[in-house]
Design a protein around this ligand. Structure first.
Ligand code: PEP
Ligand code: MG
Length: 590
């Protein structure tokens, strides 16, 4: 039966594929595809694990103390029986053979299937046997991990790695309750053609990374991972934020048609890649790229970006098990990005750790429940850096050293207080002094502040006085202005970029920065959303930073805009009680 699941659109387009369900508790289980030639070996790994667990259980049973309750011995028998049951190991082999999942992934997939069957059982006793299956699977996973760490020293592979060419086979769509931003990053090199998550908001960092991959995704689809089953056929409508489960042939045909149409539109827009972005009345507009890793820089150049407006350096610091990158490693990464940009400027943001980007592999839900109650208001971004002054200076030294290889700008996130401005300036001066002392070269770097806390927008004059440029982080500016957690799907309907308060802050910040002769950029998601291009141009914005994949669509809007006319039209939008409706009337739908 076909059902629909509603969520929030993250990345446009249509994806069609089979569901791959990943339980959040199993995200740190290795997930990769095994090549044809290694399928038999993978099945052998599974068999060896099964034999080892059988041995383990037999010994456990044999060594039970004589006064142990008889239920314990019976439980061992149940576990042994489950271990040899076709529905567990037999079906797991099928996942390996037919889908090419590695053994761990195949086991988790089969556990999902069995868990659902148990959940649906009427009989309480049988329903509770689910826990036994889980324990047996846990033993098998541990045995596989032991064998793995013996073989190559790494017990944990990362989800999405080892992608292989699946030409000719069904495309796959990942369905999960939640995926941490750093895990999402791993998917960049994976085979998934779409994503669905139960939690998350449009500008949660997980969604941002998904969008940077430019494949259709829906987040905040609440019940998705419960309603969707392994291997179901899914259509992801990334424009409407809808997931259609097991669509009828007619619906499927309709979506295949839309998929082809959006591919054609993409190819048409692609031709604009290297056309300079200039408005109809001759005003040049700078379209920059947001990147997460140095490896993304080449894609930015290819997409026609004239520089990097935001390098989210914190992604270099995540999932390192406490082993944070030292100065040398950071320097290599920044230099790699600078070299890949071939002389174009690279704006490196100092770490924005905290909130929904923890250092450890945690999902947003884990964070809320296990850590600070309000992580978005806690020790995040520059607050974190200033609390770790030696690490902050280390990062500044690494960035400064990369400036010897190209044009580099430093951007500081979440500054709001005068004291933070001065501490940042001092830290930069000390980092330069430390490099001078050891004779390491660096060039002049411009220093910028992110304007993403309303307090900073309201005191913008202070910022343009002390910084060379400012960059407006609309994702956080909206979050903090409207008091809406950007990662919480329960309040995502209130996350409104069109709120008059947000528009006023934006308009004043851009105007005051322009008046002071300071470069002002928008690097939040609004910059890459064509619904806001005319509005921002009319406010006087001339620099936009976005995911490389968005550049061509925004350029198309810039090429068709007349900046002089937009100034008065934007006044009408700002004066309206319903700015979104007024903007659509004046500028047309995106
Ligand atoms: C923003 O807040 O708009 C921004 C660009 O930074 P991030 O999304 O990484 O918080
Ligand atoms: Mg931000």
């Amino acid at each position: 039966m076909s059902i629909q699941v509603f969520g929030m659109p993250v990345s446009r387009g249509v994806a069609i594929g089979r569901a791959v369900l990943v339980a959040s508790s199993r995200v740190d289980v290795a997930h990769y595809f095994v090549p044809d030639a290694e399928v038999d070996r993978e099945i052998e790994r599974l068999r060896a694990a099964r034999d080892e667990v059988a041995q383990e259980l037999t010994v456990l049973k044999r060594d039970l103390p004589s006064d142990a309750p008889s239920e314990l011995s019976a439980l061992m028998d149940v576990h042994l029986m489950l271990l040899h049951d076709e529905s567990l190991t037999g079906a797991t082999k099928t996942w390996i053979r037919e889908r090419h999942y590695n053994a761990e992934w195949a086991l988790s997939a089969q556990l999902e299937v069995l868990a659902r069957q148990f959940d649906e059982m009427e009989d309480d006793y049988l329903r509770e046997r689910k826990a036994d299956v889980e324990q047996v699977v846990e033993r098998l996973l541990r045995s596989l991990a032991r064998a793995n760490s013996g073989a190559d020293g790494s017990a944990r592979a990362v989800i999405g790695q080892g992608a292989r060419d699946f030409a000719g086979e069904d495309p796959l769509v990942l369905v999960a309750n939640d995926v941490a931003p750093a895990d999402m990053l791993q998917f960049k090199r994976s085979v998934f053609t779409g994503f669905v998550t139960d939690v998350g908001g449009r500008t949660s960092h997980t969604a941002i990374v998904a969008r940077s991959m430019d494949i259709p995704a829906v987040v905040g689809a609440r019940e998705a991972s419960r309603l969707i089953r392994q291997d179901d056929w899914l259509v992801i409508d990334g424009d409407a934020g809808v997931v259609i489960v097991n669509p009828s042939p007619i619906v499927l045909e309709e979506y295949r048609f839309r998929q082809r149409a959006s591919e054609l539109e993409r190819a048409r827009l692609d031709r604009l890649r290297f056309t300079p972005a200039v408005t109809l009345d001759g005003v040049p507009v700078e379209l920059l790229a947001n990147i997460e890793l140095p490896g993304d820089a080449a894609g930015a150049v290819e997409a026609g970006a004239v520089g990097v407006g935001l390098f989210r350096s914190e992604f270099l610091f995540m999932n390192r098990d406490g082993n944070l990158p030292d100065e040398e490693e950071q320097f290599e990464s920044y230099r790699a990005a600078v070299l890949a940009m071939e002389g174009l400027p690279v704006t490196i943001r100092t770490v924005d750790i905290g909130a929904d980007k923890p250092l450890e592999r945690l999902s947003v839900q884990d964070l809320r429940h296990e850590h600070s109650l309000n992580p978005a208001l806690g020790l995040r971004a520059i607050r974190w850096s200033l609390a770790e002054p030696a690490m902050f200076r280390q990062q500044l030294r690494a960035i400064l050293r990369a400036s010897a290889f190209g044009k580099v700008r430093v951007l500081v996130p979440m500054v709001a207080h005068r004291s933070q401005i001065h501490q940042t300036l001092e830290a930069l001066a000390r980092a330069k002094q430390q490099l001078d002392d050891v004779g390491k070269p660096y060039s002049r770097v411009e220093l910028g502040a992110m304007i993403e806390i309303p307090a900073a927008a309201l005191t913008i004059d202070l910022f343009v006085k002390h910084f060379d440029f400012v960059s407006i982080g609309t994702n956080d500016l909206i979050q903090y202005t409207l008091a809406i957690d950007r990662a919480d799907e329960a309040v995502s309907h209130l996350y409104d970029p069109w709120h008059p308060a947000v528009l006023q802050l934006l308009s004043t910040t851009i105007a005051r920065a322009n008046a002071a002769g300071r470069n002002v950029c928008v690097c939040g998601e609004m910059a890459g959303d064509p619904a806001f291009t005319e509005l921002l141009l009319g406010m006087g914005l001339r620099s936009f930073s976005m995911h490389p994949a968005r550049i061509s669509s925004i350029k198309q809007r810039v090429l068709r805009a007349d900046s002089r006319r937009l100034v008065s039209q934007v006044q009408q939008v700002l004066a309206s009680e319903t700015p979104d409706i007024e903007a659509t009337r004046l500028f047309g739908a995106s």
